[in-house]
Design a protein around this ligand. Structure first.
Ligand SMILES: [Zn+2]
Length: 372
């Protein structure tokens, strides 16, 4: 019942609409039109005003043809850079970028799948419960859309988020994350005339980092230092270094332990250089999520997949997405793979047949929810 050509055509149209984070106005308008055409009542919350964006989250209420608990279908509208002027290249079943931008399959594959499934429900007159479609803004900049989503406008308390790669998998576990910003202060001095008056912040930072555990910490925990900036000139003892990094873990205690370890490495290095100082700022980016295989939504997904002869495995992922926020805010959602590949790179691609497979599972979930 899913129409691959129509799904592909909508996907191609959507990736050609620029929609960097906070600039989702045009795609939101396009999707509002799509949803209204399908008989949905569309509204926007005020998340856009709160994050300085063009539009809020789009919330579309598709009336059910049978009574029942509403089902949430959620994907995000924004894309990462370089994401302006995407020119998708179709090569048989594969859609890729021309190499100058990302494709935006993250997450327009999810958006297109949701639209196609609602369209099939309406045109075929399928039995379905009320469907609440939420297309969020600003997922790529700290899950801001989901964090500011006006839940007073959303009745659904369980459903699917479409924002991960592997088709045939549903991600039920994801890590929490801390953002870490460090300022290492030394003391400037002329490097040739009076180096003994200086304290080299680069050396202090180097000592801290050299003794730090980063990368893969264990099966559940990772850490990274991603940015470093500092110094003023080759003849000045460096007085300041700024470092930005992160820690992630599925286990909140391990997340705290790793974050503390990173902080202590900086503090110890500063202590070893009298006069040096560090400021470490930690900000929780998002909380871990863990939805039980025995939850209502997982039972629904597994049974629906089985009914159409597919298997769906639950898995853990290494990144956070809107699902982390929604689960934390009292919903029960899992993240279904859409087929997006090599996301956040200019080599991004996907297979239309993978999107079709994800859409078929989704349609089966919707139909099963009608009888649940
Ligand atoms: Zn995404």
């Amino acid at each position: 019942m899913i129409q691959p050509e129509r799904l592909q055509a909508l996907f191609l149209e959507l990736v050609r609409i620029d929609s960097l984070s906070r600039r989702e106005g045009r795609i939101a308008e396009r999707l509002a039109t799509e949803m209204r055409e399908l008989g949905a009542e569309v509204e926007f919350d005020d998340a856009g005003a709160q994050v300085g964006g063009e539009t809020g989250n789009l919330i579309a209420h598709v009336p059910g043809t049978v009574p029942g608990d509403p089902l949430l279908l959620c994907a995000h509208m924004d894309t990462v850079e370089p994401g302006m002027g995407v020119k998708p290249v179709v090569d048989g079943d594969v859609i890729r970028t021309d190499g100058t931008t990302v494709l935006g399959g993250d997450d327009k594959s999810g958006v297109a799948i949701v639209c196609e499934c609602v369209r099939v429900c309406r045109e075929r007159g399928l039995k379905h419960p009320p469907i609440e479609v939420v297309f969020t803004i600003c997922e790529e900049v700290g899950l801001q859309g989901a964090k500011h989503l006006d839940l007073g406008r959303v009745r659904a308390r369980h459903g699917l988020v479409f924002d991960s790669d592997a088709v045939g998998f549903v991600f039920t576990r994801a890590p929490g994350s801390n953002g870490i910003e460090v300022l290492v202060r030394g003391r400037a001095a002329h490097a040739g005339m009076a180096p003994e008056r200086g304290i080299n912040a680069i050396q202090v930072a180097a000592q801290a980092i050299a003794g730090m555990r980063i990368g893969r910490i264990d099966a559940e925990t990772t850490a990274n230092l991603g940015l470093i900036q500092g110094g003023r000139a080759v003849n000045i003892v460096a007085d300041e270094v700024r470092i930005r990094g992160e820690a992630r873990s599925h286990d909140p205690r391990k997340l705290d332990a790793q974050t503390t370890h990173m902080r202590e490495c900086f503090e110890r290095a500063a202590a070893a250089h009298p006069g040096a100082a560090v400021e470490v700022h930690v900000q929780r980016q998002y909380e871990p999520m863990s939805v039980s295989d025995d939850s209502r939504v997982m039972r629904l997904v597994r049974k629906a997949a089985a009914e159409i002869g597919r298997t769906i495995e639950s898995a853990g992922m290494g990144g956070g997405c809107d699902a982390n926020v929604l689960n934390r805010r009292g919903l029960e959602v899992v993240n279904l793979g859409t087929g997006m590949r090599e996301i956040h790179t200019t080599s991004e691609w996907l297979k239309v047949s993978d999107m079709v497979a994800a859409a078929e599972v989704t349609l089966a979930v919707i139909r099963l929810a009608a009888s649940a």
